[in-house]
Design a protein around this ligand. Structure first.
Ligand SMILES: [Mg+2]
Length: 431
């Protein structure tokens, strides 16, 4: 005979009595009963989409998407009717409703920002920082790597790259690892060398150049890397964001030429950025042909799309972005699964903004020991630092950020200052 779940549980000694008791204890602890989502809002602040989940208990959660996506608002609002009335502290239950309605970058961003805002609420309701809900922290400070603290280039020669790298090495954050764009990820570098590859420069979508490199082109890129590495020495690690767009053989030649330099990783040689597939088998060929760690993953949505990369040992490092992959719990799951396979994790984050920075810190505190560092998001424009409170000052000390213990993400808006930055259309965002 079919029995309802409630009926079945009720037939077990102790269970029927335990459930209401737990609820009563929670109510006593939080001073409130059930909590429901009453609104989902999105404002474009600067160029970052910011989302706010409003509840009937006076608690709001915030999430953010990359500053490269000021067009995201309608996509965020698309999910509103799916989550209204839900209990935001049942994060996974809410995510089951919307997770399937996303895709590779940029179409996973709204789902990801909502996930982060749900954790912000769940942490505030429980009275604990989000890292506690992700399993607790295993480190008191988290490494951030430099992907966004930049200085103007003076030219495109190896010496120009060396001079620029010297400034990054001296930056006040004291980063222990710096990432630099080279090859097809750096159109200025490639286009400064006439006939660097066997195709013509493309315009339109970002990083759309690709093809077989000429000897001259490949040697120019290698010379720039050698010059930068000479500046950093053994003091600071150098990672290279390279593509997408390399042929397999060029990628292998490039990687092998750099092996004596101990480059920390080569990112997105084959696919990446806005490529809507991972191409694990092709990455594997490169990875198996060099001792330099091969990295990819910033555009990939959901754990399922990391399955091949991880199980086939197609890369050595995965780099999901919490604001694209489906959120911070999604990224933690991928990091744990990568760790089971001897693969490292270095999350992408350059455009994730200051709410995103808080999400990175909470998440990174809880990641396993295959964690290297996350890409440090810079608040742009500069006034972003005036409208968010809760971040340490200075934020980065000698390349690390101390993990804070306030409930939720532990950062929020200085509402009066932030209101002044809202467009007319978003005027009611904080009301
Ligand atoms: Mg990249």
């Amino acid at each position: 005979m079919a029995m309802t779940r409630r009926g079945f549980l009720g037939s077990l000694p102790g269970v029927a009595a335990a459930t209401p008791l737990a609820a009563q204890q929670r109510e006593r602890r939080t001073g409130r009963g059930s909590i429901k989502i009453t609104d989902l809002r999105c404002a474009i602040i600067g160029r970052n989409p910011v989302i706010r989940i409003v509840t009937d208990q006076g608690i709001s959660g915030y999430g953010q998407a990359e500053s490269t996506k000021p067009y995201l608002k309608p996509m965020v609002l698309f999910y509103k009717n799916y989550i209204l009335g839900e209990d935001p502290t049942d994060v996974e239950k809410v995510m089951l409703k919307i997770r399937r309605l996303g895709a590779f970058k940029p179409w996973g961003s709204a789902v990801s920002a909502i996930e982060i805002a749900l954790w912000d609420i769940a942490g505030q309701v429980a009275g604990v920082p989000v890292y506690k809900l992700l399993g607790g922290k295993i480190r008191d400070r988290v490494r951030a790597y430099n992907g966004g603290v930049r200085f103007p280039m003076t030219g495109q020669t190896p010496q120009d790259y060396a001079d620029n790298m010297a400034k990054m090495k001296e930056a006040k954050e004291g980063f222990t690892l710096i990432k630099q764009a080279v090859g097809f990820h750096n159109p200025a570098m490639m286009r400064a060398m006439p006939g660097a590859w066997y195709d013509e420069p493309r315009t339109g979508a970002p990083h759309s150049d690709r093809g077989l490199m000429t000897e001259r082109g490949l040697e120019h890129v290698i010379a720039c890397v050698e010059a930068m590495k000479k500046v950093l020495g053994k003091d600071v690690g150098l990672a290279l964001d390279c593509g997408p767009g390399w042929t397999v053989k060029d990628a292998i030649t490039f990687a092998r030429a750099l092996e004596p330099l101990h480059i920390t990783w080569l990112e997105d040689l084959i696919t990446g950025d806005y490529t809507p597939y991972p191409n694990a088998d092709v990455f594997r060929e490169v990875t198996q042909s060099t001792s330099i760690p091969i990295h990819t993953g910033e555009q990939i949505y959901l754990r399922q799309n990391f399955k091949d990369l991880i199980e086939k040992q197609a890369v050595n490092i995965v780099g999901p972005d919490p604001e694209d992959v489906g959120g911070i719990a999604e990224l933690k799951w991928i990091a744990e699964y990568a760790d089971l396979h001897g693969i490292l994790v270095a999350p992408h984050g350059i455009f994730d903004g200051l709410i995103g920075l808080a999400a990175h810190v909470q998440m990174a505190a809880s990641l396993p020991q295959n964690y290297i560092g996350f890409e440090y998001p810079v608040g742009q424009p500069e006034w972003w630092y005036e409208i968010v409170e809760g971040l340490p000052d200075p934020i980065v000390k000698r390349g690390f950020i101390d993990v804070w213990d306030r409930p939720g993400l532990g950062v929020t808006f200085r509402v009066q200052a932030a209101k002044a930055r809202l467009s007319e259309e978003d005027r009611g965002f904080f009301d």
